[in-house]
Design a protein around this ligand. Structure first.
Ligand code: NAD
Ligand code: WQD
Length: 342
C-alpha cells in the first residue's frame, strides 16, 4: 500500500510542486488548505501533471475541532509536510497578531494531532530569514539565529522552538526543518506556479509581470551595497528542486535515517546572485528586454545571503540541479500561461 502524506498548504506555491513530486514518487497525498492564498484549480494542474488526484480537504488548520475530525477520518497518515502559513513580510509588520495567530496556532494544532493520533513525522517549512544578516557567508546550519526583523520571521523562529520543545518530550516524534533560501520558478509544464495576489513583493514575479506589461518597470532596490555590482545578493532556488528535498526528507524519516529527532537543513543552490544578475539572466532566458530603474534600498533588506549546502548535499543526498536560466524561463512560461488563461 502507498504511504499517505498530509500536505498542509498543498494548493500553495511550494506545496503544489511538492505534492507533484510526492505523487511522482508513488506517495498518496491528502491536502488541507483553506484557500486563503491559493485556488482550487491548482488541483487540476496537479492531476494533469501526475495523472492522479490528491485528496483535498478545505478548512483552516487553526480550527482545532475540524482538524481533530480530520485526524479521526484519515487514520493512517505516515507523515506531514507543513507549508500552511502566511508569508508576506511587510504585511506581518502591519498585522502581527494575524501572523502569530495563523502561523503558530496552526502548527500547535498539528503537533497536538500528531501526538493524539500517532503521526510520527513532520517536515516544517522554515526560512533563511532566521539567519538575518549573517556574519559569515555562505551560511551554514550552525550560523546563529539573529533577532527576527519581522513578525513573519519571528513566527519561523518560534515555530522551530516549539517543535524542538515538543519533540524533546515526545521521543516517538521526529521533525525536519527545511530553511529555504529564495524559491523561484514554476513547474516545467507551466501547469502550476506561483500565484501572487496583488502587487508582488518578490523579485521574480515582479520581473515576469513587468516583462508581460502588467507592471510599468522593475524598481531595483539599491545599487550601493558592498557587492560586485552594488545590488543585493540572494540564493535563488528552483521550486521543483526545493520540492524534491521534501520527498527526500519524508523518505529519510520513514527509513529511520535521521541522526537526531529534530534536524535542520539549508535548501539553496550555494550560489549567490545579485538583483542585476537576475535581471540579465532573465533577459537572456526569456529573450525579452526588461524595463528597470535603480531606486533606494528597501527597508529591512539584508545585503547578501546565500547557503552553505554541504550538509544538505551530504546528509540528504540532495542537490539543487536546475540552472538559473532554466528556472527563470519556467517563471516566464508560467506568467505567459496565466495571462493567456485570463
Ligand atoms: P503560499 O501562500 O503559496 O502557500 C501557503 C498555503 O497555505 C496557501 O495555499 C494558503 O491558502 C494555505 N494556508 C495558509 N494558512 C492556512 C491555514 N490556517 N489553514 C489552511 N491553509 C492555510 O506560500 P508558499 O510560498 O508556498 O510557502 C509555503 C511555506 O514556505 C510557508 O510556510 C512559507 O512561510 C514558507 N517559505 C516560503 C518562502 C517563499 O519565498 N515562498 C520562503 C521561505 C519559507
Ligand atoms: C530579493 C531581492 C530585494 C523586489 C523574502 C522574505 C524571506 C523569504 C523569501 C519567506 C532583494 C530585491 C525585490 C523588487 C528588488 N520568504 N527586489 N525589486 O526579500 O530576499 O526574501 O522572500 O520566508 O523571508 O523576506 O526576497 O524576492 O522580495 O527580494 O530589487 O521589486 O530582490 O531588495 O534584494 P527576499 P525578494
Amino acid at each position: 500500500m502507498n504511504k499517505l502524506v498530509l500536505v498542509t498548504g498543498g494548493t500553495g506555491y511550494i506545496g503544489s510542486h511538492t505534492v507533484v513530486e510526492l505523487m511522482n514518487e508513488g506517495f498518496d497525498v491528502v491536502i488541507i488548505d483553506n484557500l486563503s492564498n491559493s485556488e482550487k484549480s491548482v488541483l487540476n494542474g496537479i492531476a494533469e501533471i501526475t495523472g492522479r488526484r490528491a485528496y483535498f480537504e478545505q478548512f483552516d488548520i487553526c480550527d482545532k475541532e475540524r482538524l481533530d475530525n480530520f485526524f479521526k477520518v484519515y487514520k493512517k497518515l505516515d507523515a506531514i509536510i507543513h507549508f500552511a502559513a502566511y508569508k508576506a513580510v511587510g504585511e506581518s509588520v502591519e498585522k502581527p497578531l494575524m501572523y502569530y495567530q495563523n502561523n503558530l496556532v496552526s502548527l500547535m494544532n498539528l503537533l497536538n494531532g500528531m501526538i493524539e493520533y500517532d503521526v510520527p513525522y513532520i517536515v516544517f517549512s522554515s526560512s533563511c530569514t532566521v539567519y538575518g544578516e549573517p556574519d559569515e557567508l555562505p551560511v551554514t546550519e550552525q550560523a546563529p539565529i539573529k533577532l527576527a526583523n519581522s513578525p513573519y520571521g519571528n513566527t519561523k523562529q518560534i515555530s522551530e522552538e516549539i517543535i524542538k520543545d515538543i519533540i524533546s518530550v515526545n521521543p516517538n516524534l521526529k521533525a525536519i526543518a527545511l530553511r529555504y533560501f529564495n524559491p523561484i520558478g514554476a513547474h516545467p509544464s507551466a501547469l502550476i506556479g506561483e500565484l501572487p495576489i496583488g502587487v508582488p513583493n518578490n523579485l521574480v514575479p515582479f520581473i515576469t509581470q513587468t516583462a508581460i506589461g502588467i507592471r510599468e518597470e522593475l524598481k531595483v532596490f539599491g545599487d550601493d551595497y558592498n557587492t560586485s555590482d552594488g545590488s543585493a545578493i540572494r540564493d535563488y532556488i528552483n521550486v521543483v528542486d526545493l520540492a524534491k528535498a521534501h520527498v527526500v526528507s519524508v523518505k529519510r524519516m520513514l527509513e529511520d535515517k535521521c541522526k537526531s529527532n529534530f534536524e535542520f537543513f539549508n535548501l539553496g543552490t550555494g550560489k549567490g546572485s545579485s538583483v542585476l544578475e537576475i535581471v540579465n539572466a532573465f533577459e537572456k532566458a526569456a529573450g525579452e528586454k526588461l524595463k528597470y530603474k535603480i531606486v533606494g534600498r528597501r527597508a529591512g533588506d539584508v545585503e547578501s545571503v546565500y547557503a552553505d549546502t554541504k550538509f544538505a548535499n551530504e546528509e540528504l543526498g540532495w542537490k539543487a540541479e536546475i540552472s538559473l536560466e532554466e528556472t527563470l524561463l519556467s517563471a516566464w512560461n508560467w506568467e505567459k500561461y496565466i495571462q493567456n488563461k485570463k
